[in-house]
Design a protein around this ligand. Sequence first.
Ligand code: NI
Ligand code: MN
Length: 225
Amino acid sequence: MTKLIYHGHSCVEIKHNKHTIFIDPFIEGNALSDLSADDVKCDFIILTHGHSDHFGNTIEISKSNDATVIATVELADHFEEKGIKSHAMNLGGAYNFPFGRVKLTLAHHSSSRPDGAYGGDPAGVILTLGEKNVYHAGDTALFYDMKLIGEMCRIDYAFLPIGDNFTMGIDDAVKAAEFLNADLIIPIHYNTFDVIKADPNEFKRKIESVGKKCNVLKAGEFIDV
Ligand code: NI
Ligand code: MN
């Protein structure tokens, strides 16, 4: 059983067999979230980078669940200092966790913690769950090496930011989907704030015009993998 559940902004929950993994659990303060941080149950959290709209409620959730935070070294060290279990990685590296394999990919962006400290490099994530590969781009600009990501790994599901201003906008995200050769694309990181307003249906039309599938998920909606 594998489910990909969208919770607004860049927050994605993955249920795979007996495991629950949250990517970028920005819940309190996320106007689009369908969750309350107190109700979240998970055993792993993956952080793409340190910005507050991704870091979100990582500390509270990891403490209340005794969950392990998977992140780049600079962020992982910060969690260790706070007594939170963490697993440090860096770009290009992959590791087999009890739920599946996690590989951190490049992301062209920046990263600092909510307290202003340097957060290391921002990352994208490839999760391998059984036979399926799920790519979460994190926050990123379009970059040509997305082609390499798609050549090295068959991307079944891609979560791509479309909100512009801080990340790719719609047209760049369509090009990203082509570079990645992704099968099904789910737009993220839009409409949470005024500066990242974007029409997911315009994105869907443009994705379909290049022969790919797009699923626009509302918070709380999911895909059965
Ligand atoms: Ni960011
Ligand atoms: Mn962001």
